[in-house]
Design a protein around this ligand. Sequence first.
Ligand SMILES: N[C@@H](CC(=O)c1ccccc1NC=O)C(=O)O
Ligand SMILES: [Zn+2]
Ligand SMILES: [Zn+2]
Length: 208
Amino acid sequence: MRTWIDISQPLDERTAVWPGDTPFVYEVAWGKAESGSVNVGRVTMSIHTGTHVDAPFHFDSAGKKVSELDLDIYMGKARVVHLPDAASIGIDVLAGFDLEGVVRLLIRTDAWTDRQRFPQRIPPVEPQAAAYLAARGVRLIGLDLPSVDLLDSKELPAHHALAEQGIHILEGLVLDHVAPGDYELAALPLPLVHADGSPVRAVLKQLV
Ligand SMILES: N[C@@H](CC(=O)c1ccccc1NC=O)C(=O)O
Ligand SMILES: [Zn+2]
Ligand SMILES: [Zn+2]
């Protein structure tokens, strides 16, 4: 049966957060007893928690805010590839796949094994891969990792190279249970007008 497969991280106080960043908190800010009718919740979180998209403004102060991004990027056909042993994601490993005409590429690395802890190290996307992917038609790259760059990177070369090639970034996917292949993707950001990204609910449905 073809049903929607959830590829999003659950968000609660156990969700791993970038070291030093805002912890995730959900609280009932105004309870039913107090208000006399409803529970009203409040969320405090960093944008870069769990499954989320980066807007160019995250790494470029002149870059687009998340509300300015084209929704077509985040909905439509996507290919999932499995790269379980890659030390980095470069042209050499990507050349093992036919990516011609792939608009949305999701990479399952399996490198973030315990999602309740922030990883020590992750395989980064090599900046040279950006032009290679763009030449094949890729406009969105998604990974099961908290970043496309090395975790201690300040220059964020992959973020910048991808943006220069018009490739958008989706991070923190859960792909452990997803076989390589072609799917329909939906991972819509919220219309946060001024934001550097947004949490998303990301789902896949197998194509017939
Ligand atoms: N660029 C990362 C996030 C990131 O770098 C970050 C996120 C939250 C708090 C601090 C961060 N980087 C600090 O150097 C990302 O891939 O979205
Ligand atoms: Zn991010
Ligand atoms: Zn990022």
